[in-house]
Every structure is written in C-alpha cells, then in structure tokens.
Design a protein around this ligand. Structure first.
Ligand SMILES: CC(=O)Nc1ccn([C@H]2C[C@H](O)[C@@H](CO)O2)c(=O)n1
Length: 105
C-alpha cells in the first residue's frame, strides 16, 4: 500500500522539512526505498503530502539516539515518550527515513 498516516500534530514539521524520519513497528515495516507514499492525517484521513522512502532500518528502543530525535524535530526524551505512548509494549522498531516531494497535492 502506498499510504502512511501521521498524527496531525506532525503535519507542519513534515511540510517544512523538519521531520525526516518516522519510527514504526513491524506492521508498517513493509515500505521500500524509492517508494512514493501518500501521507494522510491519522485523525481525519486527509491527504496532505507525498514523501519518498529513503531507507527502512531496524532499531531497538534502546538504540534511539539524539540524532533520531533531531530528525524527528524533538528531544530524545520527547521522542521516547511519544513512542512509548503509541507502542506501549513494543521494543523493536523500524526507522523510516524519507524526503518530502514538493509537488502540489
Ligand atoms: C498508526 C500509527 O502508528 N501512526 C503513527 C505512528 C507514529 N507517528 C509518529 C510519531 C513520531 O513522530 C514518529 C515515531 O513513531 O512517528 C505518527 O505520526 N503516526
């Protein structure tokens, strides 16, 4: 599927290029490098961007670093908090690196 959703609070960071990765569990690890994804808000299913997948890399919760936090436009503490909130029982994740495709929706 060429679709990914983000919570709407992250929309502006994606559109202004401040957020260049997302960390997902196994259920969303099937994306492939070069794949172009339509990006929708999680809450209202509104299309707001297109992104191209650069890489998909496995990672454990303990391996999350300041660099990942920077790529999420958060502090590491904030990032770990967000991930624990969304995935309370998971420890294995995938870093999906992406770039924004600048074309009109
Ligand atoms: C369905 C679902 O899981 N949706 C998600 C998951 C994660 N995010 C954001 C939150 C953080 O910025 C990163 C890391 O998980 O990705 C999201 O917006 N929507």
């Amino acid at each position: 599927m060429n679709k990914i959703t983000f919570f709407s609070r992250f929309e502006s960071d994606i559109l202004n290029g401040k957020k260049t990765i997302t960390i997902r569990d196994k259920s969303e690890s099937y994306f492939k490098p070069t794949q172009i994804l339509d990006v929708f808000t999680n809450e209202t299913d509104r299309l707001f961007a297109k992104i191209q997948v650069i890489s998909v890399t496995p990672i454990s919760f303990d391996q999350l670093s300041e660099q990942h936090a920077q790529q999420e436009n958060m502090t590491l503490e904030q990032l770990k908090g967000v991930i624990k909130e969304i995935y309370p029982t998971e420890n294995q994740f995938f870093v999906i690196e992406f770039k924004l495709i600048n074309e009109p929706i």
